[in-house]
Design a protein around this ligand. Structure first.
Ligand code: PLP
Ligand code: TYF
Length: 399
């Protein structure tokens, strides 16, 4: 049965970490995976998380099965975070939310749900480029996946005409996966005016938007980064949102995320929730307790919530400082190419423009690991390594 099974390709991003781990050079730097490291190069445990965990430990609560859609207080907190507490989609009971296994889990149960209720042959469009798991998840759910034009390397911006054209020409009722903020891998987001046009085009064609928000708070702020979701919620358009707390709470391994769907009315929402629960039951039955308990406690407690906002704000500010330091470091290393776009990009990533060969040289000659597309994780830079990284990049550019 298994003698002819071919070896599957490695994940292009997680494979970088495997190679990095095997490198014995003490000066090595991992700019591959999208993880936030602090100024000492360490994965942080947020103070708000530590406090919530201490409180939870003191309770010594039993661990029964959760409801299929997770902890109610968590689901409600997710909705408030996404839409604002007073949003009509919440008060009108048009939004349903299920705790999910990270943002990935939110995408997966959303994809499975859509597959059950969209016509055969429905196409899913993801950005070109996108997080590769988008393609894998939607293809795995049984969809044909195509790309819409997004990144324009010449301008380090968005090919907006190409994107609009695709939205207009795609068969009505197609599914569009959109990064709500901090686009992975490019770091290039749409402007509010562009979002308005995208929203109008989606509505005109009756497409199904599937917003992915995995980096809320890393762009301009929690509120600011959620503005796109609120703009969608202000229309009557049904849409999906997969959200993740992996990065914003530094809770990667706890798998805390959610799927939220906004429907036309409360009755439709109740029916769709019943179907979503069915999808969850046959995937993993019900979600885990710990991570969602922690997040729920923080979001629903004024003091912890303020602490979270301040800790997340500090991460955002540090990343921006590292963007500046990298651009300055490249200039100081004698590079005259204009790298100022790195400062304009948002979130954890920068599409640096380095070629696959240059990324390979960075690894071989300098022990600096990046994704072969040229994507670097700016959140892995710190005051101690940024100059080394800048000099290494300068040296491979000069090769
Ligand atoms: N969506 C995007 C765009 C991401 O970059 C990530 C990163 O991991 C995810 C979803 C998934 O997040 P999680 O780790 O919570 O599954
Ligand atoms: O893009 C990244 O680096 C993060 C982490 O299969 C990640 O989103 C990467 C690959 C993957 C799962 C998570």
């Amino acid at each position: 049965l298994f003698s002819a099974v071919p070896l599957a390709p490695r994940d292009p991003i997680l494979g970088v970490t495997e190679a990095y781990n095997a490198d014995t050079r003490p000066t090595k730097v991992n700019l591959g995976v999208g993880v936030y490291y602090d100024e000492n190069g360490k994965l942080p445990l947020l103070e708000c998380v530590r406090t919530a965990e201490d409180q939870l430990n003191a309770l010594h609560a039993p661990r029964g099965y959760l409801p299929i859609d997770g902890i109610a207080l968590y689901d409600q907190a997710v909705q408030k975070l996404l839409f604002g507490a007073q949003s009509p989609v919440i008060t009108g009971k048009r939004a349903i939310t299920a705790e999910a296994l990270g943002g990935t889990g939110g995408l997966k149960i959303g994809a499975d749900l859509l597959r059950r209720f969209t016509p055969e042959g429905t196409t899913v469009y993801i950005s070109n480029p996108s997080w590769e798991n988008h393609r894998a998840i939607f293809e795995g759910a049984g969809f044909e996946v195509q790309t819409y034009p997004y990144y324009d390397a010449a301008t380090h911006g968005v090919d907006f005409d190409g994107l609009l054209k695709c939205l207009k020409e795609a068969r009505p009722g197609s599914i569009f996966v959109l990064h709500a903020c901090c686009h992975n891998p490019t770091g290039v987001d749409l402007s509010p005016e562009q979002w308005t046009q995208v929203l109008a085009a989606l509505q005109a064609a009756g497409h199904v938007p599937f917003l992915d928000i995995a980096y809320q708070g890393f762009g301009d702020g929690i509120e600011e980064d959620g503005a796109v979701i609120r703009a969608f919620a202000a229309t009557s358009l049904p849409f999906f949102v997969s959200s993740s707390f992996s990065k914003s709470f530094s809770l990667y391994g706890e798998r805390v995320g959610a799927l939220t769907v906004v429907l036309s009315d409360a009755d439709e929402a109740a029916r769709v929730l019943s179907q979503l629960k069915r999808v969850i039951r046959c995937n993993y039955s019900n979600p885990p307790t710990h991570g969602a308990q922690v997040v729920q406690r923080v979001l629903n407690d004024d003091t912890l919530r303020r602490q979270w906002e301040s800790e997340l704000g500090a991460m955002r500010v540090r990343i921006k400082a590292m963007r500046k330091a990298l651009v300055a470091g490249l200039a100081a290393a004698g590079i005259d190419r204009d790298f100022s776009f790195i400062e304009r990009q948002r979130g954890m990533f920068s599409y640096s423009g380095l070629t696959a060969d240059q990324v390979e040289a960075l690894k071989v000659d300098h022990g600096i690991y990046a994704v072969s597309s040229g994507r670097i994780c700016v959140a892995a830079l710190n005051d101690k390594n940024v100059e080394t990284v800048a000099r290494a990049i300068a040296s491979v550019l000069a090769k």
